[in-house]
Design a binder for this molecule. Structure first.
Ligand code: SAM
Length: 292
């Protein structure tokens, strides 16, 4: 069997063969450590009955590990220069499909229906391009794809925000948007030395697992996210001040907002960062009729 793509020697050979130069603007930091890749894939708990969706296969370092573990892999790559490279490096695997597309533009739902319909168990597994980590995660969640979860590498700072608990500095509307859909945990912290070129920031892999039931049932999910985003506009301000300035006509509706807070037992002088998702959910439902 050929050496793993991710060994430093083989990666160098591939880059040289194709005269490939990294594009910083596309977040191209390739993994050059097969152990890290094995670890990432182990966290995804794939079997031959599972499928994996990858964002940004690069030269195929992670893709080949996914191809070995899963029944099928669909990988979205934006950089056209990598297509001939991937056709070459992934030629030993007949269960991989590379889609040349910006993941943010792709109709992932349609691709799901076309290519992954027969798979009941689907995971997103990726070493994400860091410049678009948050938009990618939010898009995949808002598309409400029938996935079991995600195992994704990102900058540690974002991983900390996604997995943060109420009452901590890192907790905010991103923690709520993700944790509403998924249980979020840091799976591992990853040293810079396993990338080529090395990124400027620290990295971590997080594991997201879809909740059987959301932590709170709400009338309108988008309104819940609007209320939570609005509660963090100025972190140091109280929730009443933030909601007054962020909700439409909030200033005129101050009394209604105060009444709603009181009804659900939230002291208006608390800060957004102290509220749990359940509290945000109850508050959003109470405010909903006044803002629709
Ligand atoms: N998976 C490879 C690895 O681990 O070695 C490469 C990971 S690298 C951090 C990110 C990859 O995402 C690059 O291949 C880059 O070209 C690709 N990429 C960047 N922006 C993208 C986008 N919007 N949609 C799809 N792929 C993208």
């Amino acid at each position: 069997m050929q050496k793993d793509i991710a060994t430093p020697v083989r990666t160098q050979e591939i880059l040289k063969k194709y005269g490939f130069s990294f594009k910083k603007s596309l977040g191209q930091n390739f993994l050059i450590d097969p152990n890290i890749l094995r670890n990432i894939v182990a966290h995804a708990e794939l079997t031959k009955d599972s499928a994996a969706i990858e964002i940004g296969p690069g030269i195929g370092a992670l893709t080949e590990h996914l191809a070995r573990a899963a029944g099928k892999v669909v990988a979205f790559e934006i950089d056209q220069r990598l297509l001939p490279v991937l056709a070459d490096t992934l030629s030993p695997y007949d269960n991989v499909e590379v889609v040349h597309s910006d993941i943010l533009e792709a109709d992932v739902k349609q691709i799901f229906a076309d290519k992954l319909e027969s798979y009941k168990d689907v995971m997103v597994v990726a070493n994400l391009p860091y410049y678009v980590t948050t938009p990618i995660l939010l898009k995949l969640l808002m598309d409400r794809l029938p996935i079991r979860g995600m195992v994704v590498m990102m900058q540690k700072e974002v991983a900390d925000r996604i997995t943060a608990k109420p009452g901590t500095k890192a907790y905010g509307s991103l923690s709520i948007a993700i944790q509403y859909y998924m249980k979020a945990e840091v799976a591992m912290i990853v040293p810079k030395a396993v990338f080529m070129p090395q990124p400027n920031v620290e990295s971590a892999v997080i594991k997201l697992t879809r909740h059987e039931e959301p932590p709170v049932h709400v009338i309108d999910e988008d309104f819940l996210f609007k209320v939570s985003r609005g509660s963090f506009v100025q972190r140091r301000k109280t929730i009443i001040n933030n909601l007054q300035s962020s909700l439409p006509n909030g200033k005129q509706k101050k009394e209604l907002i105060l009444q709603s807070l009181e009804k659900v037992g939230i002291n208006p002088t608390r800060r957004g960062e102290t509220l749990t998702i359940e509290e945000f959910g109850r508050l959003a439902d109470e405010l909903y009729p006044h803002f629709h």
